[in-house]
Write a protein that binds this ligand. Structure first.
Ligand code: ZN
Length: 446
């Protein structure tokens, strides 16, 4: 079985640090390559392998999600399986990845719930102290335990130990995939033919060793990925621009510009969507009482909610592009947001939904800057909204309301989001290891 890679030596780390200053590596995924050139018999072997692979992967997902300790993809296998050692390891790695993000998301949601409870308890105590419990209408937040993820789509996130991509020698096909199957020692060879669109993307780029195979609607699909080094274009003397992320404006810069907003049309759409879902849920409960059969009940899943979320992301991407167009030669400094600070920024109804969309802003910033070879750095986010940029006094009282910053010590006054962007810009390059961290890699699919 594969061993845990050795720890990077100090020298390796130094090398890597140096690399980050001159170029950025971005990973591009080339998706939707249809495996239709292979004969059905070959793909049946893939189906057979998947029939064993997926249940094993699922068992590890359950194990890793419910275990006390964090998932260890290099740990000893615990389930018996027909899979080769290599495939078994890949299944463990895939499951560990799924479990890791599930655990993080669940933990964040649970922390959000605890905050809500604390907020509720405080509000209730206040109402009791002021003797106005008759008007206290809030209900205590409840926690519904999350279900462990169920793997529905047959998918294998492979590495070179189990799937090898080989350049084709003749011109009929572009590549051959060598896939490990249940039949040990006889790997499956699947021809791959690229569409001109894929060829364009892969032109002058080198494919890396991670591949994904998945089956949807009876068809097998391949995803290849390639790394690309983008030379850093930003001059050392480039102007430093602080970027604050928020709800009223997706982005506010230290140069006093604003881009995009959750408010207005998008917030109204979101509200309508919620009301519609609530009405449907009510109707459903009513019909259920009357004994209507399950397939006649209205669905409470939210296709429009997903549509809205996609729309928000598009608007965020647009805002980031506008920011970059306006500041092509800048060094961008933005917040290293964690979910707690995002929730703080998203303080309102549906904070969690807002927070999840807010998280797309720094991701998109990292990606868009990386792709252009533009320097972008994250800095410590905490108290950036409360710290005075003039005298550095930090206090919640510096924020008399959501829009305003007014230092209670020196009297410095500014629009709150602009002030935060200025503070962030000032935090870069202070030389404090805690304040400056660069993000070297960003990932994105086509
Ligand atoms: Zn001050």
């Amino acid at each position: 079985m594969s061993q845990k890679p050795e720890k990077a030596t100090e020298e390796d780390k130094k090398k890597r640090r140096h690399k980050q200053r001159t170029k950025r590596t971005i990973t591009r995924a080339v998706t939707h390559i249809r495996l239709i050139e292979a004969n059905p018999g070959k793909l049946a072997a893939l189906d057979q392998m998947m029939a064993v692979y997926l249940p094993i992967c699922q068992r590890y997902v359950i194990l890793f999600c419910t275990a006390e300790t964090p998932p260890d993809k290099y740990g000893d296998p615990v389930f018996e399986s027909e899979l080769s050692d290599r495939l078994h390891r890949v299944a463990m790695q895939q499951a560990a990845g799924i479990a890791k993000s599930w655990r993080t998301n669940r933990e964040n949601a649970y922390q959000a719930y605890l905050e809500d409870v604390a907020d509720y308890v405080q509000a209730k105590a206040k109402a009791e102290a002021e003797d106005r419990m008759s008007a206290f209408k809030r209900t205590e937040p409840t926690w519904n335990e999350w279900h462990v993820p169920v793997l529905r789509v047959p998918v294998i996130q492979a590495n070179a130990n189990v799937v090898v991509v080989e350049q084709s020698k003749d011109s009929t096909f572009d590549y051959w995939l060598r896939v490990s199957t249940l039949d040990k020692g006889t790997p499956l060879r699947v021809p791959v033919k690229l569409a001109s669109y894929h060829k364009q993307v892969l032109k002058e780029r080198t494919i890396n060793t991670s591949t994904t195979l998945h089956k949807r609607n009876g068809v097998w699909w391949l995803t290849l990925s390639c790394d690309e080094d983008v030379p850093l274009q930003t001059e050392p003397s480039a102007p430093v621009v602080g970027v604050d992320v928020g709800i009223a404006h997706f982005i506010t810069t230290s140069t006093n510009k604003e881009y995009g907003s959750f408010h207005g049309k998008m917030a109204r759409q979101h509200k309508r969507d919620r009301e519609k879902r609530r009405r449907k849920a009510k109707l459903r409960a009513c019909l259920e009482k009357k004994g209507a059969s399950a397939d006649k009940l209205p669905s409470t899943s939210s296709a429009s909610g997903q549509r809205l979320s996609r729309h928000v992301k598009q608007e965020i991407n647009r805002a980031v592009n506008e920011l970059i167009t306006d500041h092509p030669d800048a060094r961008l400094i933005y917040e290293d947001l964690n979910v707690a600070s995002m929730r703080f920024k998203a303080r309102s109804m549906n904070a969690y939904l807002y927070a999840s969309n807010l998280a797309h802003i720094p991701e998109q910033l990292a990606w868009a800057a990386g792709q252009r070879g533009m320097a972008a750095h994250t800095v410590w986010a905490a108290y950036s909204s409360q710290e005075c940029p003039r005298c550095h006094f930090v206090d919640r009282a510096n924020r008399p309301n959501q829009k305003t910053f007014k230092c209670v010590v020196c009297g410095y006054e500014d629009h709150a989001d602009h002030k935060a962007a200025v503070t962030l810009a000032g935090r870069w390059g202070i030389g404090n290891w805690r304040l400056a961290a660069t993000k070297g890699r960003s990932r994105r699919s086509f």
